[in-house]
Design a binder for this molecule. Structure first.
Ligand code: CAO
Length: 466
């Protein structure tokens, strides 16, 4: 078996190029034309192939070495008879526009003598001469790419073999962090990325965009391909003070963010004529004054909501994969504004309770909420939530659904309005209803029916008994 020096072929206009990757080690069996090392100039990188098949006896270069045409790369114990044939020159490669790494890179066969200028990301240039073995040169370049918004960003460096490896595994190269010199992506980086995605500790951008309910959804804007959050030195413009978010704000904020991002919300707005109901509420309050019971609009709305949930059971359901879980109990959460932030206590079994009991429990739960004394049992098991801003003001809003529920009702302040009764305008107390629903579960028509039914029930509270 002959020992053969494998040398760097003609690499075009480059005097010296740096060795940036060793693709084989002593003892490896290589085929003719298999890539041995990657070299890089300031414009492009190329893989230097073997001119013969055999076993690597000794590497003559190490990472960072500068090599040029004729430099010995390694000593090979050639498998066949005779010495290795002479190497054909390798096409010099100019910086070229790079296709997105996730897309299959175009591979263009070109004769070695042809310069591979302006080529796509990977250019294979087999030698077609009968007298010489086929030698291939491959080119990888880092070229500008345009991020959404027009910002120019650099694509990561990776050798052609690494790009090929990434393509074979379907790994989006632009999402892999390179650990090599100048951020170069290595085969190990691709393997580590693949492992982390398989283990569920990382997501590709494509996965994050498609994530179903239950996934992380990508709280980080980068995972959604968004611009980074603006960094502003506020103190430059005037005095500032920093305060930590409360524990409740941190928890509710993370929940609201997930629900907003992951649930396709639509809000249906309607009005309920609560003129008669308000008169009933005022008279009941007078009757129960001594007993210390106070009926608020919210208590009546909870009763009416239970009636609507019974008529439209999709609103009393939760999405679980491809199934809907219909609940046969009626636990109603209500958003409570507390000094530390928003909490949602849950009034249990509202269908089994009268207005007096509901009003008393609402008052107790609201006090516990304000005093920071709610236990986890007070806030779990909800089927549907109500967010009432009626005591404060405003006209309609879009409440965020409290997952895994599928709908939430927002109440704004009831105001006297002129309402046309078919003959004349009459003053009526109109309560704005804003129903946000999960459009994966509830169609727009169903939501409109639910809101209309709720409005009718509030307008004529006897319907609650139906
Ligand atoms: N229209 C007109 N007046 C209303 C009303 C409505 N829709 N809802 C309540 N009111 C009146 C009440 O009748 C009461 O008036 P009186 O004192 O004269 O009787 C006054 O407004 C205050 O009511 P309230 O808000 O204290 O009581 P409530 O039972 O309606 O609500 C609670 C209790 C806990 C829901 C409320 O205190 C609260 O925290 N609301 C804020 C909820 C919130 O922050 N939602 C947003 C979540 S998303 O960020």
């Amino acid at each position: 078996m002959a020992l053969v020096d494998i040398k760097v072929p003609d690499i075009g206009d480059f005097d010296e190029v740096a060795v940036i990757e060793l693709l084989v080690k002593p003892g490896d069996t290589v085929k003719a034309e298999q890539s041995l090392i990657t070299v890089e100039s300031d414009k492009a990188s190329m893989e230097i192939p073997s001119s013969a098949a055999g076993v690597v006896k000794e590497l003559k270069v190490k990472l960072g070495d500068k090599v040029k045409q004729g430099s010995v790369v390694l000593v090979l114990e050639a498998a066949g008879e005779g010495a290795a044939p002479a190497l054909a020159p390798v096409a010099p490669a100019a910086a070229a526009p790079v296709a997105p790494a996730a897309a299959p890179a175009a591979s263009v066969a070109a004769p070695v003598a042809q310069p591979a200028a302006a080529a796509p990301v990977a250019v294979a240039a087999p030698v077609a001469s009968a007298a010489e073995p086929a030698v291939s040169a491959a080119v990888s370049v880092a070229a500008p790419a345009h991020a959404p918004g027009g910002t120019v960003v650099g694509l990561p460096h990776a050798s052609p073999s690494v790009r090929k490896f990434a393509r074979e595994l379907g790994v989006p190269l632009d999402e892999v962090k390179g650990s090599g010199p100048k951020g170069r992506i290595t085969q190990e980086d691709i393997q580590a990325f693949t492992k982390s995605v398989m283990a569920g500790s990382a997501q590709t951008k494509a996965q994050a965009a498609k994530a179903p309910a239950g996934g992380s959804g990508g709280a980080d804007g980068a995972a959604l391909g968004l611009l980074p959050w603006p960094k502003v030195d506020f103190a430059k413009f005037g005095p500032i003070e920093r305060k930590d978010l409360s524990r409740i704000k941190k928890i509710s904020g993370a929940n609201l963010h997930r629900n907003w991002v992951m649930i396709p919300h639509v809000t249906n707005h309607d009005n309920a004529d609560v003129t008669e109901l308000e008169a009933l509420r005022v008279s009941l309050n007078k009757e129960h004054e001594k007993a210390g019971v106070k009926f608020t609009m919210l208590a009546f709305v909870i009763k009416a909501v239970v009636s609507a949930l019974k008529k439209f059971p999709e609103f009393n359901a939760s999405l679980d994969g491809d199934q809907l879980v219909y609940k046969q109990y009626y636990n109603i959460g209500f958003a409570a504004d507390t000094p530390n932030g928003l909490v949602v206590p849950v009034l249990k079994d509202a269908d089994k309770k009268g207005l007096v009991q509901i009003s008393q429990e609402l008052a107790e739960l609201s006090k516990k909420a304000r005093d920071g004394k709610l236990g986890s049992g007070d806030m779990s098991g909800g089927c549907f939530s109500i967010s009432s801003l009626g005591g404060i003001g405003g006209r309609y809003f879009s409440p965020i659904i409290n997952a895994p529920e599928v709908a939430i009702l927002g109440l704004s302040k009831g105001v006297m309005e002129p309402v046309w009764n078919g003959k004349e305008f009459v003053p009526r107390l109109m309560l704005p209803l804003s129903l946000s629903y999960d459009h994966r579960v509830i169609d727009g028509a169903l939501a409109a029916r639910f809101n209309a039914y709720l409005g009718q029930t509030l307008a004529d509270f006897r319907r609650v008994m139906l």
